[in-house]
Ligand binder design. Structure first.
Ligand code: CTP
Length: 211
């Protein structure tokens, strides 16, 4: 069993020192990678910039932008049995990137943006029948309607949703609380609990149903 996991944020640079990004520590994706290694699986972890060491036994591929994350995943996608998109990918990037650091006077107060590639959706369109696709949805509101809608829109088999507006859990925190859906509906809920415990629970749900 070979799994491909994305984790952490992406950075979309305006110039060498400034960038657009999302809040994400990478802890949930790294916990899932660690727990997958414990199952005896081969794990490729395509990670945006985070402050975490590569988990033992995991092949970590470090990337910065959404485009780099997409390229690293596209290279490995055909070989994986399961693709899990945990990364908080920036949806937009600056249309222009300056080679040198821009001064205040050189900087326009309005940013021109363009969309980044939707990694999960794009790879989902070229999946084989045996491959399992798992998405994440971090929401501040309407999680119960938004998450299942994203599962369909992105062509996933499973979606894991968490409420990032709840204090002390989710984004950047050591704990999380998640709700899991598959194509038949809501499967269950876990947490608040340490991210490693959430990771083990998620793998157990998927193994029970898929493998
Ligand atoms: N995702 C991705 N590539 C992107 C954006 C998102 O692979 N460019 C993946 C995320 O890793 C996650 C899922 O898609 O697994 C949902 O991400 P989310 O940011 O919630 O979805 P968006 O499509 O960006 O929707 P929204 O309009 O709510 O931001």
């Amino acid at each position: 069993m070979r799994v491909l996991i994305t984790a952490g944020p992406t950075r979309e640079h305006l110039d060498p020192v400034r960038y657009l990004t999302n809040g994400s520590s990478g802890k949930m994706g790294y916990a899932l990678a660690e727990a997958a290694v414990q199952q005896g699986w081969k794990v490729d972890l395509v990670s945006g910039p985070v402050a975490l060491p590569a988990p033992a036994g995991v092949n970590r591929v470090a990337v910065v932008s959404a485009q780099e994350m997409y390229a690293a995943c596209a290279d490995r996608f055909a070989e994986c049995d399961l693709f899990m998109a945990v990364a908080a990918v920036a949806d937009f990037r600056p249309k222009y990137r300056a080679e040198q650091k821009q001064t205040k006077l050189e900087t326009d107060s309005t940013l021109a943006l363009e969309p980044t590639v939707d990694i999960l959706k794009t790879l989902g369109q070229r999946r084989n029948a045996h491959q399992v696709l798992v998405g994440f949805a971090a929401e501040t509101h309407d999680l119960e309607t938004k998450a299942p809608a994203k599962l369909i829109a992105k062509g996933c088999d499973w979606i894991v949703a968490n409420d990032v507006s709840a204090p002390g859990i989710g984004m950047e925190a050591d704990a999380n609380a998640v709700t899991l859906w598959n194509r038949s509906g809501r499967v269950g809920r876990k947490g608040p609990a340490p991210k490693r415990e959430i990771a083990e629970w998620l793998w157990a749900q998927l193994i029970d149903a898929q493998f």
